[in-house]
Design a protein around this ligand. Sequence first.
Ligand SMILES: [Zn+2]
Length: 154
Amino acid sequence: MRTYRFQGIPDSIAAAARESMKSPQYGHPAHAEVATGYGPCRQCLQTFRVGTEERLLFTYQPFSDPSALPAPGPVFIHREPCERYDGSALPQALRPLPLALESYGAGGMLLAQRRVGAVAFEAVLQQVFEPAEVRYVHLRNAEAGCFIARIDRQ
Ligand SMILES: [Zn+2]
């Protein structure tokens, strides 16, 4: 069975946002608040403790491919430094969330979009990665639409 790599956003981006209180890619002001929702944090890929943990909201553009059409959107990270998630499995904290997967090919071309729904996450992931032209996959929130994490073939 194929293995995958799930990654939070780069440490450099998260650190720059915390330090400058701005979006590192766009310069818009970042917003700090006590978490009013589960998030998750895009760096450690853990959900926020609502009402207690502080989080930072800023504009993030998830495509590293320079030929991809940029897709800036709002993301949250912990206000305090946390450890970037880099692992071969979907973090347990994300399993109960409404999830969708988007596969991209060369030049950041969108190839497929699937809601995870009632089917096992791993089965949908395997299907989405099936075509050889798929280069990487974005995990998104199926309700809010925002980017959560990037997934690559290991
Ligand atoms: Zn975090």
